[in-house]
Design a protein around this ligand. Structure first.
Ligand SMILES: [Zn+2]
Length: 460
């Protein structure tokens, strides 16, 4: 691997200019030093002009939903909600074949890389053939997602998702949910086989779809077995996204979903709670204390009319927060983080709400902490540019109007608040360039195939 001479970089300990970075054959950073201190200068190193910042882990993705983004925005009325959107999502979920999933997921992952995401947690509940039969041997849908990540060159935390009931009280699955079903024993065996295939930038975790879809006893038993398999396995769950879900949970159990989950005593730093939108102050305090990470996908939550997460309170409690692209309506970590702050500004009629006491650069604070907590949620050894971490980074064009003329230490603020997304030029994952000058090797293939697939998959 060549060394890289970085013109400007945001390291774990701050902004630096003219640094030399060494990377081993597995893509891990082995050394970082000032370029002018090295014995033979930067000879032989690849010079990287621009501003290098840590790549963002995407803590929540349903790649197949990329095929319907934008397609549920017409013929809307005030009666539409998450629940009517879900019907359109089920129609797609029941139509897509593995080869199509591979193309759609490749498109989603390439877009993520171009937007600054360098790894993705794929929360996947597509398990069965379209007719509802289980795959014997290799699961073509799972393999399609792994192949897509491989083609795109994105780090993958694959999260096979347990999904067994349609509502609280272990209600049987509906016809349109049959493709998601997996009995627990077979599921655990399949996960174990996935773990054995982990290598390079790929990591296996597990998701529980929600407390609606996984009865609490089943969740407890499976989580115990998984902890036996791997004590640090990432475990994710959708929770408290919708008010109707909170009400149904209360009706059936007398408890709110987050209360129920917290009461299991299972939550720790290896859990990631997706949404947690409708959380009480007490629940936020307990979640923060558990060290579980919360993933807010504010663009999807806005799109679906879910509600507002109390980001300010959670961060003040020391909560660990990261972001995700979820339904793929927006694939842009800078936009996710910008709206976390804007939501607070609109609500509190002031600025800089999420700036930290010791860090007034709100864009820097948000990017740095979401990258670090996102990496933890994915259990990927990335999230900052430091020795021992994987070289997952993105390069901003310092000449782009959103960056030009600004002080180096405002680069991440500009990325979030001055249209800096357009300045994103190159992306590296595990020491390999996967996007150069905004282009990816799969662009041609995707241009030919993706549109045709969207037309077929969303035809009426
Ligand atoms: Zn989701």
């Amino acid at each position: 691997m060549p060394d890289y001479h970085l013109e400007s970089v945001y390291l774990a300990d701050g902004w630096r200019r003219e640094m030399l970075v060494s990377i081993d054959e597995n893509g891990f950073i082995t050394d970082i030093r000032a370029a002018d201190q090295s014995p033979d200068g930067s000879r032989g190193a690849e010079y990287v002009a621009g501003i290098v910042v840590p790549g963002m882990p995407n803590a929540h993705s349903h790649a197949f939903q990329r095929a319907m983004a934008g397609n549920t925005e017409y013929r809307l009325s005030a009666r539409d909600s998450f629940w009517t959107w879900r019907q359109a999502m089920y129609a797609l979920a029941n139509r897509i074949e593995p080869d199509e999933l591979q193309v759609v997921a490749t498109q989603a992952y390439v877009e993520m890389l171009k937007a600054g995401y360098t790894s993705v947690a794929e929360f996947n509940y597509l398990h069965r053939r379209r007719n509802g039969d289980a795959y014997q041997g290799a699961n073509a849908l799972w393999d399609a997602l792994a192949a897509a990540a491989q083609t795109a060159g994105i780090g993958l935390t694959f999260l096979p998702t347990l999904y067994q009931s349609s509502d609280f009280g272990a209600q049987p699955l509906k016809a349109e949910q049959q493709r998601f079903h997996f009995p627990s024993d077979a599921f655990l065996r399949a996960v174990e086989a996935q773990v054995r295939q982990d290598h390079g930038t790929r990591r296996t975790g597990v998701a529980f779809h929600s407390l609606r879809a996984v009865p609490l006893d089943t969740l407890r038993a499976a989580a115990g077995a998984l902890r036996g398999m791997d004590p640090a396995m990432p475990l994710h769950i959708h929770v408290a996204e919708q008010l109707l879900e909170v009400e149904a949970c209360q009706r059936h159990t007398g408890r709110r979903p987050l209360e129920l989950l917290l009461d299991t005593g299972l939550l720790d730093q290896h859990w990631c709670l997706i949404h947690a939108t409708h959380a009480t102050a007490q629940e936020l305090e307990s979640v923060a204390a558990s060290r579980a990470v919360v993933c807010v996908s504010i663009s999807t939550e806005a799109n679906l009319g879910d509600g507002l997460f109390d980001t300010r309170r959670f961060l003040e409690l020391g909560g660990r927060l990261c972001v995700g692209s979820d339904s793929q309506a927006t694939v842009d970590p800078a936009e996710e983080l910008r709206w976390l702050e804007y939501q607070q500004r609109l609500r509190e009629t002031r600025r800089g709400v999420l700036a930290a006491a010791d860090e007034s650069h709100v864009g820097t604070v948000l990017w740095r902490s979401a990258a670090a907590h996102g990496a933890a949620a994915l259990s990927q050894p990335a999230g900052s540019i430091a020795v021992g971490r994987r070289a997952d980074w993105v390069v901003l064009d310092a000449e782009h109007p959103s960056m030009a003329g600004g002080a180096l230490d405002t680069s991440l603020d500009r990325l979030l608040f001055a249209g800096g997304r357009a300045a994103l030029r190159d992306t590296m994952v595990a020491g390999r360039w996967v996007v150069r000058d905004g282009r990816h090797a799969a662009d041609e293939m995707l241009r030919a195939d993706f549109g045709r697939l969207v037309a077929r998959l969303t035809a009426e």
